[in-house]
Design a protein around this ligand. Structure first.
Ligand code: KIV
Length: 272
């Protein structure tokens, strides 16, 4: 089963804009490697995000802070080699763009040159406006990210829902407008009240993709390893698990171990 629409040969930032105009929802998932990217792309995913969640999911770190630009480039290039149709967005990792706009531009250019990806994603609003503008002026499409921005976890203190209070909600609305005015092609909203996400989505003409931001946005993103049930400890309310690969893989590997121990693998048919 695949949900590929044959009329869309390549998803571009322009395609996403058209989807918003037509009211067609945008599907987005994370990918960090070639094999998974091939499967997701072949299943009709519109956008593949090489998220800095690779820091947690692939490297086992507690936060997204430790992942480096070189490591993001390795993941990005692996994903790009696996796709034919999806738009590939690479997260700019913590420390690669917050210093100043020249450093931000250098980091974005390295990502685009060395991965072959189509866009970058950056966390933050007015504070990083100058860097976003500089990257955009070099012709690199930028996706914004507001709400719960995991690179600022030590400022927030917890991973709870953001912008429940009026002041933070107002800043988020203003930041969303700033990101659109700067020229961002899309924005991710993470873990904020649905009513606020709806308002942002109505205010903006660029697509708004939510994770834990309710149904009234232009698209949804999840971490693939969570959706497939490979990670089995992470159970936020917003996560819908579509498979239990943790159990499936564990059962398969237990079966293999048993076969090896009992010398029932390989058989003569599986040997040369
Ligand atoms: O890194 C990531 O996976 C993300 C998504 C949660 C949006 O930024």
């Amino acid at each position: 089963m695949s949900s590929i629409r044959p009329e869309i040969r390549r998803v571009t930032t322009h395609t996403l804009h058209e989807m918003k105009m037509k009211g067609e929802k945008i599907s987005m998932l994370t990918a960090y490697d070639y094999s998974m990217a091939t499967i997701l792309d072949g299943s009709g995913i519109d956008v593949l995000l090489v998220g800095d969640s690779a820091s947690n999911v692939m490297a086992g770190h507690e936060t997204t802070l430790p992942i480096t630009l070189d490591q993001m480039i390795y993941h990005g290039a692996s994903v790009v080699r696996g796709i034919k149709r999806s738009l590939v967005v690479v997260d700019m990792p913590f420390g690669s763009y917050q210093g100043n706009s020249s450093e931000a531009l250098r980091s974005a250019i390295r990502i685009m040159k060395e991965t072959g990806a189509h866009a970058v994603k950056m966390e933050g609003g007015s504070e990083i406006k100058e860097s976003i503008s500089r990257i955009l002026s070099a012709g690199v499409p930028v996706m914004g990210h507001l709400g719960l921005t995991p690179q600022s976890i030590y400022k927030f203190g917890t991973y709870t829902v953001r912008a429940k209070e009026d002041a933070e909600a107002q800043k988020l609305l203003e930041d969303a407008q700033i990101l659109q005015d700067c020229g961002c092609f899309s924005i991710v909203l993470e873990k904020i009240p649905s009513a606020l996400a709806k308002k942002v989505c109505e205010n903006l003409s660029i697509p708004v993709i939510g994770i834990g931001a309710g149904p009234d946005v232009d698209g949804q993103v999840l971490v693939t390893h969570d959706l497939l049930g490979i990670t089995n400890q992470f159970k936020p309310r917003f996560l819908r698990k579509y498979a239990d690969l943790h159990t499936i893989i564990t059962d398969a590997v237990c079966h293999y171990v048993e076969d090896v121990k009992q010398n029932s693998f390989p058989t003569q048919k599986e040997a040369y």
